[in-house]
Design a protein around this ligand. Structure first.
Ligand code: APR
Length: 309
């Protein structure tokens, strides 16, 4: 099994580190456009192999895509991160050019790869990857909802004073601060609805804090977060290479599901060796479906910006 991570910045390097520690592949390639960065980080990570006890070979590359040849999975993290006060949407101009050219280069050497998109604005970058490559839709997966759902579980665990591992909770819709939809009605604590244990005020706060989870960290750190985004990318890689068929919320191409077409948006999907394998219908109620429609409208107008670039 071979995995490539494009972009050796904060998110890409963290994702690669997680992939190596879990020994998800024999060969892991880290590629960046900045001279020497990927080689340096690959070497640094390889020097943890004896300390952490993993056997994955990590190779760094400065923009040489021949090193990525034959990858089964490619994770795209290249692009600008947010600065404090910025929305993910403001990154569209620069990151669209980067994601498009990266996809072209990747497919020259790995025509059968499954592509995971992390670069922001993630919903639009996933749509762009699908449109520009023409790949079968099951092979293009946007990571956003996986991260947002992990952040949702974190917020819930803080209020419930419980282990996040005991929670099931998903965020659907877009990956923007105003477009994501934490489905608190469906969230459970070991199969009991979390709403049984939380006041209305607590529920509202959890939903709100989840939605601005990324912006909160950007304000604290000065750039966008990387530990959870990197781990979320690696969790998807794991479900693919081990054919785990785990359920994640991912941004995928919709063809009538959840009432939407010609858009990539976050919905619950089974992730396995073939990419995203099926979409689950969580039977949204009227207000959740209305929020999903609003989210789709916002993402669609952002996708329209692609036509002007
Ligand atoms: N090809 C390869 N690498 C590139 C390219 C390119 N065309 N353009 C930029 N890069 C690299 C940069 O050199 C940098 O090392 O992408 C890396 C991005 O790393 P960071 O600046 O540390 O950004 P990071 O925090 O990792 O975020 C990356 O993920 O979560 C999203 O919003 C975030 O879009 C951003 C992306």
């Amino acid at each position: 099994m071979k995995v490539t991570v494009i972009g050796a910045g904060a998110v890409g390097a963290t994702c690669a580190d997680n992939i190596a520690r879990k020994e998800l592949c024999n060969e892991l390639v880290l590629l960046d456009i900045k001279e020497g960065v990927a080689e340096g980080k690959a070497q640094d990570m390889m020097q943890t192999a004896t300390l952490l006890g993993f056997d994955t070979k990590i190779v760094g590359s400065t923009n040489d895509y021949s090193k990525t040849a034959g990858s089964d999975v490619v994770v795209i993290t290249s692009g600008l991160p947010r600065k404090p006060g910025m929305t993910r949407e403001e990154l569209i101009g620069v990151n669209a050019g980067i994601v498009k050219s990266v996809c072209e280069n990747v497919l020259k050497y790995s025509p059968d790869a499954i592509i995971i998109v992390i670069s922001n604005p993630m919903d639009t970058m996933t749509y762009l990857a699908l449109q520009s490559t023409g790949l079968p839709k099951h092979r293009i997966i946007g990571m956003g909802g996986t991260l947002d759902s992990a952040r949702f579980k974190y917020q819930l665990s803080q209020h419930l004073e419980c282990s996040p591992a005991d929670l099931n909770a998903v965020v659907v819709g877009g990956h923007g601060d105003t477009t994501m939809i934490p489905l608190i009605r469906l969230a459970t604590w070991n199969s009991t609805p979390v709403t049984n244990f939380l006041s209305t005020e607590q529920q509202e706060k959890i939903v709100k804090d989840t939605m601005v989870g990324g912006a909160t960290l950007t304000a604290l750190i000065g750039t966008s977060a990387w530990y959870a985004p990197g781990a979320a990318g690696a969790a998807l890689v794991e479900s693919i290479v081990r054919d785990e068929k785990k359920l994640f919320t991912c941004c995928v191409s919709l063809d009538g599901e959840y009432g939407q077409k010609d858009i990539c948006l976050g919905v619950p999907v089974v992730i396995g060796r073939n990419g995203w394998e099926k979409i689950l219908d969580f039977q949204l109620n009227d207000s959740e479906q209305a929020a999903f429609q609003k989210s789709a409208d916002a993402v669609r107008s952002m996708n329209d910006v692609l036509k002007t670039l």
